[in-house]
Design a protein around this ligand. Structure first.
Ligand code: 3PG
Length: 214
């Protein structure tokens, strides 16, 4: 894995953000930093997303990537805005190839072994199993891990504090992605204290799983 993906793995939880106003990005950053989880995947689902990435990327205390990246043009826009990594909900060869060209770490979405193999063919080392819950949850992710022992997995989609540990307990799951600590309404309301608390709880959850398995 690259340095950025190592950092995601070290935290073990990746807050996935849908942001409606770029002006909320600094509040979001304060909350993430305050909660000890200074990283975010900002999804390109809103007009504010690229400006929010730009704001977060300018800060020295947060790591920001772009999510829901669907096209090579969006890869260019995200990297131009300062995204340190790119995540996709599905496997797109053009998206992965553009990321490889630009040297930006990419975590493509995969659910099936066929998609994983297509990603491996392009040199991908870490995939985003999305939507993890709908695809069968931890047992489905575990099967992929058994078949592809060198694969690193971020699981996301439908994961919350009640089941995150079941994913993180799987040896190849380096992190879970989720919006539960940065819900859209919380970001919009600039609920810094609540977001920080939920982040802190997520960090504690990861620490609990890791200390139990060490
Ligand atoms: C997403 O793409 O929305 C993420 O994987 C997060 O999903 P969630 O909102 O179900 O946590």
């Amino acid at each position: 894995m690259t340095g950025v993906l190592d950092t995601l793995a070290a935290y073990g939880v990746l807050p996935v953000v849908v942001i409606d106003r770029a002006l909320d990005a600094d509040y979001l950053a304060e909350a993430l930093v305050g909660g000890g989880l200074p990283l975010a995947e900002v999804t390109l689902r809103t007009p504010a997303s690229l400006d929010a990435i730009r704001t977060l990327a300018l800060r020295a205390d947060t790591l920001v990537g772009a999510g829901t990246v669907l096209t090579p043009t969006q890869v260019d826009q995200a990297v131009d805005a300062g995204a340190a990594f790119v995540a996709s909900p599905g496997f797109s060869r053009p998206v992965v190839e553009r990321c490889v060209e630009l040297g930006v770490p990419v975590v493509p979405g995969t659910v099936t072994p066929t998609e994983v193999m297509a990603a491996l063919d392009l040199g991908v080392s870490c995939v985003n199993v999305f939507p993890a819950h709908a695809a069968g949850g931890p047992p489905a992710v575990a099967v992929l891990g058994e078949v592809f022992p060198d694969l690193r997995i971020i699981a996301s989609g439908g994961i919350g504090p009640d089941d995150a540990a079941s994913y993180l307990a799987l040896p190849q799951v380096v992190a879970v992605g989720g919006s539960w600590m940065v819900r859209r309404t919380l970001v919009l309301a600039r609920e810094v204290t609540t977001i920080a608390r939920l982040c802190r709880e997520a960090v504690e959850l990861v620490a609990g799983v890791r200390s139990a398995s060490s």
